[in-house]
Design a protein around this ligand. Structure first.
Ligand SMILES: [Zn+2]
Length: 233
């Protein structure tokens, strides 16, 4: 018997269009969550260290993240459909095909996708603020929070703290259906120096703290003024 093969739905599904459609749906469902987390994260940071400069257009970053998630979800769906159809062609096992498809599209799959995507949007929203604040020179730490009914892996992580970005797998990792969330703590660098925020005020503060430099410079300026004007105050 000649082995039939399934060509991944070419010509039947426009995946570029599907990516756009899913992006629209996810933007409506997850966009407000992410933006709310960005807002809440910004307020937390401002409580800790005063006004924070957010780097980049958070709306655009949110959209880009969500479009990326839509592409990932569609790629996973596409490969599941392809694998299920290929198995059906290879084995003619229709019961298996049904369970494959239900596994990909049934209620349990929908719940997992919903929980995982929402948790991811939560994490990403707060992480965006943390990254932005950290890039402007502050020290940021991430705290892991597990829900009370979390699995043993997540329970063990509850309350643990790491430097920002040190979690290689923030929620929804370490597993699908993870409902953990992260928060951040912020503090100013202990030494105002190379790591200090790159804002104009921060630069001015750094100059002010460098007393010798400030004093020397103002004396030189004053001497030049006297020479030019031929007088003192
Ligand atoms: Zn978890």
């Amino acid at each position: 018997m000649q082995r039939r093969t399934y060509a991944m739905g070419a010509g039947t599904v426009d995946w570029v269009r599907e990516d756009r459609r899913l992006t629209d749906v996810l933007l409506a469902a997850l966009g407000p969550t992410m933006l709310r987390m960005i807002l809440a994260g910004t307020e937390d940071a401002e409580d800790a260290i005063g006004p924070v400069p957010l780097m980049g257009d958070m709306g655009a970053v949110t959209e880009a993240y969500i479009a990326n998630q839509a592409g990932r979800i569609n790629r996973a769906t596409r490969s599941r459909i392809g694998n299920a159809q290929q198995r059906l062609l290879d084995t003619d096992d229709q019961d298996r095909f049904l369970s494959d498809i239900l596994g990909a599209f049934g209620a349990a799959a929908a719940v997992t996708l919903g929980v995982t995507a929402t948790t991811g949007a939560y994490s990403m929203g707060s992480q965006l603020v943390a990254d932005s604040v950290e890039r402007s020179g502050y020290i940021v730490e991430t705290v892991w929070h597990a829900e009370r009914d979390a699995c043993p892996i997540c329970q063990a992580l509850n309350g643990t703290t790491k430097e920002s970005g040190a979690w290689t797998q923030p929620p929804p990792s370490p597993h699908p259906n993870c409902r953990c969330w992260i928060s951040h703590t912020y503090r100013e660098p202990e030494v105002v120096g190379r790591n200090a925020p790159f804002t104009a005020e921060r630069e001015a503060l750094q100059v002010a703290l460098d007393k010798d430099r400030l004093y020397g410079r103002s004396r030189a300026l004053m001497a030049a003024w006297r020479r030019r004007e031929g007088r003192t105050f």
